[in-house]
Design a protein around this ligand. Sequence first.
Ligand code: GLN
Length: 554
Amino acid sequence: MDTKYIFVTGGVVSSLGKGIASSSIGALLRGRSYLVTAIKIDPYINVDAGTMRPYEHGEVFVTDDGAETDLDIGTYERFLNIDLGRRNNLTTGQVYQAVIEKERRGDYLSQTVQVIPHVTDEIKNRILEVGRDAHAELVIVEVGGTVGDIESLPFLEAIRQMRFEIGYQNTLYLHVTLLPYLGTSGEYKSKPTQHSVATLRGVGIQPDGLILRSQSPIPEETRRKIALFTNVAAEDVFTSYDAEHVYAVPEMLEQQGMGRFIERRLNLERVTPELRVWQQAVQILRNPDHRVSIAIVGKYIAMPDAYLSLLEALKHAGIANRARVDIEWVNAEDLSKGRLEELAAFNGILVPGGFGVRGIEGKVGAAQFARENGIPYLGICLGLQVAVIEFARHVAGLDGANSSEFDPYTPHPVIDLMPEQLEVSAMGGTMRLGSWPMEIFPGTELSTIYDLDPGQQHIVQERHRHRYEVNPLYVETLKKNGLVISGVTPGMEGRGEGLVEAIELPKHPFFIGLQSHPEFKSRLMRPSPPFKGFIEAAVTASERLAGKSAEARA
Ligand code: GLN
């Protein structure tokens, strides 16, 4: 079969949930056993998302091959249950960088290099290459931004041309828009959608189908009106209304006939999809057996998207434990102002990854509070580093211990820059990134969590994004004082046993720190082991608390 392309554009406003819509369509196709891949086009000039502020753009997602991508790549991986890489996130920066390099090399000798055809050819080739290399039957291509933006024009032009090159039966254009509801007049307003489709037509693309983001299912009459004004058949106008859980969106679209529509338009066989995993997840979220409350101690607490994969991993872990996970965002800076006691109310404390000194003492305090009070603790990347700092200061007696990232003059740099980083000055794509092996030592809590056979050597792969590491010069001292190193990346120069990947505290219900970010690999179908173990410990903690308060009442 020819590779077929589904192009998803967006209109009216940003943050419409285009990524969720694209991913949900991917889930419907994967549920039909197709080989699917996905591309996110980001029309900004940055080469990748690695140098952008999570506070504005949400988290930087990391792939196995070490790309720092837009968070939608993570959503695709989770919904499609596939691994993606660097080339699945295409930006203006990459396209122009490649075109300019080719021009300097002389590849376009004697020609005037222009947006059409040189830039658009580069875009098309990159899209086609991704489909070809993945041996995909279907490729979902989401164009970021909003139709009408100046910077997205070359991409829209490229996808317009693709229909002529690979055929009508191999291309499908879907447009996602906002359908606002005006409470005062009690109606849905279709005008923004009409304008948005008109703008899209202005660049030569007539959408085959529409997905309207709305508050609730929309009246038939509204659907017909929109169809009439946009030249889209009424049955090809879908709504993605506010859902209680995002995992309900694939099913929501399927019930409206989205799968059938794609099959019809792209000449695919009619198949009944397997969507059980999504249905079960929604069921558990609606009727959980347990409830746990987790404190996330971080910096970007007003922007949950800055921790999207982390939140998803917690949700997956919750579902695996039939538990609802209630998240409380705790500002690390508040904790350093003597508010640590508030953490006693939680069934688990999580310190996520992060950069920069702001809030560090609050995070160190949170790790100490978790250690001393037997509260389950999961430290991710920076969360491992602060746990080591805390342990060094208060258990190993290394006064003033710190990371050289936060205090270059600390007497005890228990966390220090990796030697490979000493020469690095450029910021983009220069950290220790992507998938690295972790050898897990037998007999540790971590080996139980990863469900490894006792007595065997075990290597797992997790994704990384950091410049600092546990200083190998302090490992012996930390161990002597009771810190367990449960995982290392073996075979790295000058690191003793290896680069410290994981630590834990024996005689604590659950205290684990990881240098990696296991949240990036977590899926509904394959919850991340450390997250699953953490939530399991939190369930036990919550039951103990409930037992205690019942006793007190009796
Ligand atoms: N800032 C720390 C480092 O670079 C931690 C990074 C992280 O948490 N992702 O090592």
